[in-house]
Design a protein around this ligand. Structure first.
Ligand SMILES: C[S@@+](CC[C@H](N)C(=O)[O-])C[C@H]1O[C@@H](n2cnc3c(N)ncnc32)[C@H](O)[C@@H]1O
Length: 320
């Protein structure tokens, strides 16, 4: 475990606090506990009768969240991926005992934490050299290099295109697999170098220009962790666990994620986004959208915490 963990500044914190309604003895489900930043602020607003279930699939995050939140008896931490939570016996038992009427608030702060990005040994970032791992759950599943080894030129290019929106996905995929065949793909720097053979890095990074490896790293991370695979189903399941009047708040960090969140919440609010939008389609309404366009960080937050810039918060309320 890291001795001096990097801090993770919770994004859109004020907006989350303003939009999640916390009655006395609130029941809160945090699907992405991370380092417990949102949890700490939410618990500070709750009374002694509250119960907070924090879920994360990263063992280091759970350890650090517990360390941060001390022995607060209101908090229970569960090791689980939120996609797998809904049929998990531990979750069902906790809910039956502590939140039989459903949750007042459910939070999903999607994506990676600063802890993960800034820990070279986790292999998420091209900024520091580390093993090419990228797993959020370090106890299971293939590492990034193992996942790459299973790909063909086509499947890797498709993933880089789909999850990284990278136009040069085909030559980049070929360069990565060539590096792998030649035994030159063990670290984050190796992966970045393979990308730079296709899109050279500018010597002095110009303001506003991201590193050419950014999109490829994002794509491989999303693929390795299956980040988008079951997001829509997980949000739908979460909505079903709200009590009437309870709210679901979801923070996304990139357009692919936000599109899924937006479409899912709109569908659950009875809004039809499919082809032929004018067709009269009636969908059952489970939710009401609170901010139909979503909320972005204030200028002050974006300036103080630049990684927050791309974040978007969407909130919906369970109908009676
Ligand atoms: C952006 S961070 C959350 C930060 C947290 N809100 C805070 O203020 O400290 C996202 C966290 O979600 C976790 N995570 C991502 N996908 C997950 C999944 N499918 N299931 C469970 N946890 C997940 C990551 O391990 C990471 O710790």
């Amino acid at each position: 475990m890291a001795t001096q963990p990097p801090t993770h500044v919770p994004v859109l914190l004020q907006e989350v606090l303003d939009n999640l309604v916390l009655p006395p003895a609130a029941r809160i489900l945090d699907l992405t506990l991370g380092l417990g930043g949102h949890a700490e602020a939410l618990l500070a607003r709750c009374d002694k009768g509250a119960r907070y279930l924090g879920v994360d699939r990263d063992p280091e995050a759970r350890y650090l969240a517990r360390r941060r939140l001390g022995d607060d008896a209101r908090l229970e931490i569960l090791a689980c991926a939120y996609e797998d939570l809904w049929n998990d016996a531990r979750f069902l038992a906790w809910k039956a005992e502590s939140a039989p009427g459903g949750f007042d608030a459910i939070l999903a702060d999607l994506g990676v934490s600063t802890l993960q990005l800034r820990s070279p040994e986790r292999g998420f970032s091209f900024r520091d050299e580390g093993p090419l791992d990228m797993r959020m759950d370090t106890t299971s599943g293939p590492t990034a290099v193992e996942w790459i080894a299973e790909q063909t030129d086509e499947s890797l290019a498709d993933a880089i295109y789909q999850y990284g929106e990278e136009r040069a996905s085909r030559p980049i995929a070929r360069a990565i697999l060539r590096a792998h065949r030649e035994g030159r793909l063990a670290t984050t720097k190796d992966l970045a170098e393979a990308v730079y053979t296709v899109i050279p890095r500018e010597p002095a990074k110009r303001k506003g220009h991201s590193d050419p490896a950014t999109r490829t790293f994002q794509a491989i991370r999303i693929a390795v962790n299956g980040e988008l695979d079951r997001l829509a189903a997980a949000l739908e399941a979460a909505a079903g666990h709200l009590r009437p009047g309870g709210r679901l708040a979801v923070i996304s960090f990139h357009s692919l994620e936000d599109r899924i969140v937006k479409q899912t919440l709109r569908r659950l609010a009875g809004i039809y986004d499919g082809p032929g939008r004018t067709a009269p389609v009636t969908l059952p309404k489970l939710l009401k959208l609170i901010h139909p366009g979503g909320l972005a960080p204030s200028e002050a937050e974006a300036a103080a915490n630049p990684p927050s810039r791309s974040a978007r918060l969407r909130v919906a309320e369970r109908l009676p």
